[in-house]
Design a protein around this ligand. Structure first.
Ligand code: DC
Length: 221
């Protein structure tokens, strides 16, 4: 039987985790789970229901019954909410902020982590998020903490959103990223933090190619 390989990629918003995770999943032929998509879909559910993303009681009323599904279509993750493919909708800037807020709620985190562990099951996989190495998969074979300066991350997000046709302002994005960093690092339950045994990679001055090669060099060692 082949040995399972489980990889945790954590780090702040816009550090390039998802691009790296996709590459790893292709190179190693393993499942990729973007856990941020699940928090985003939960935030979208709250928006649809008119519930504030910090409202623990309001969110608590729907979280256990949330109809959230992750499906793989032609090898790509699609996120379904109430039967609708919301993979694009959850990328909109207002959903990003709501996702950051809602992810501070303990009931949401417990539900998401339970679902993530079920999806990753007994498979070789790479998961990206904030708490994968520290909480979701504490026994992962490889843990990486991917970061970059706020300016560089805002720049990357700006280019990405402009390419997708969104009309955004660089300074607004930078402020939003700072706010999300603050939320992610300061929530009480399972905050963003580098696992003690994670490998730190600062991608500020690195190309995607260089980051992938660095990560792969640790895995292939
Ligand atoms: O990675 P992302 O930007 O798509 O994530 C959206 C939000 O979800 C982010 O602000 C923090 C939260 N998140 C989390 O708290 N834990 C995870 N494992 C993944 C994302």
């Amino acid at each position: 039987m082949e040995k399972l390989i489980r990889i945790a990629l954590d780090g702040p918003s816009g550090s390039g985790k998802s691009t790296i995770a996709k590459r790893l999943s292709n190179e190693l032929n393993i499942l990729y789970l973007d856990t941020g998509a699940m928090y985003r879909a939960t935030a979208l559910k709250a928006i649809k229901m008119g519930v504030d993303s910090f409202d623990a009681v309001g969110v608590g009323r729907f979280i256990d019954e949330i109809d959230l599904e992750i499906k793989y279509i032609d090898g790509t993750q699609h996120t379904f909410l109430d039967g609708e493919d919301v993979s694009l909708k959850i990328r909109e800037p207002h959903v990003s902020m709501a996702a950051s807020n809602i992810s501070s709620l303990k009931s949401v985190r417990l539900k998401m982590v339970e679902m993530q562990r079920k999806i990753a099951g007994n498979l070789s996989c790479v998961l990206d998020g904030r708490d994968i190495g520290s909480y979701v998969l504490p026994n992962a074979d490889f843990k990486f903490y991917i970061t970059a300066s706020v300016e560089e991350r805002a720049n990357r997000r700006y280019k990405e959103l402009i390419e997708r046709g969104h009309n955004v302002d660089y300074n607004d994005l930078k402020m939003e990223i700072e706010q999300r960093d603050y939320n992610d690092k300061n929530r009480d339950f399972s905050p963003l933090k580098m696992a003690d045994d994670a490998i730190l990679i600062d991608t500020s001055d690195m190309s995607i190619e260089e980051v992938c090669n660095t990560v792969l060099s640790y895995i292939n060692k």
